[in-house]
Unconditional design. Structure first.
Length: 202
């Protein structure tokens, strides 16, 4: 089973597929007089919601309300909501910088230590509310997998220079060697700075 984030993604994909397969919007409501219009051969064209159709002979007020509801949820409107849901999912995902628990990146952090507000992605309130809109129940939530925290990236092996990378170590060594080469010759060292075993070199 997927975790909560994956489950919502599956629901959005399913809803989007249905909307993409339907007649594109905008839809509008058409009310026919029964039975005269149908006797004359008038029917519902693409993008129309027939108040009398779908088994609603008579076209009463309740049927008009049903048709208005269907038209308001035409494929274009559903696709917009799918896109909005995906934007929320993109924000509320596992934080790749928290390696000790599967924390939610979208819920941000708190305190000096920048601890995550949500320690487990399946507990993210944004995702739980989003999942509710897609039919999530406590029973479904209980069957979902728990997300796994991302593994910390492996650190490179330390170089020979006190844990510094080789390139930096070589740069530091080259700098100090150049400094020593440019330093004051031994024979020019003032007497006050000469130690007891000092010996001038040519």
């Amino acid at each position: 089973m997927p975790d909560l984030h994956g489950w919502i993604t599956q629901q959005i994909d399913h809803t989007e597929a249905i909307a993409l397969d339907a007649t594109p919007g905008p839809w509008h409501v058409t009310k026919y007089d029964w039975p005269s219009d149908f006797d004359a051969g008038i029917g519902t064209s693409l993008g129309e919601v027939d108040v009398v159709g779908h088994g609603y002979e008579g076209g009463g007020v309740e049927h008009v309300r049903d048709a208005c509801h269907i038209a308001a949820h035409d494929p274009a409107a559903v696709l917009r909501r799918c896109e909005a849901d995906r934007r929320i999912l993109a924000r509320h995902t596992i934080d790749p910088d928290v390696h000790y628990e599967p924390a939610c990146k979208g819920c941000a952090t708190y305190g000096d230590q920048e601890l995550p507000y949500v320690d487990n992605l399946n507990d993210c309130r944004e995702l739980l509310d989003l999942g509710y809109a897609h039919g999530l129940t406590p029973e479904i939530l209980a069957t979902l997998d728990q997300p796994v925290a991302p593994t910390a990236p492996e650190r490179p092996e330390p170089g020979p220079g006190f844990g510094m990378p080789d390139a930096i170590h070589q740069s530091v060594v080259s700098y100090w060697l150049g400094t020593l080469q440019r330093s004051t010759p031994m024979r020019e060292v003032p007497p006050g700075l000469r130690g007891p075993n000092w010996k001038a070199r040519p």
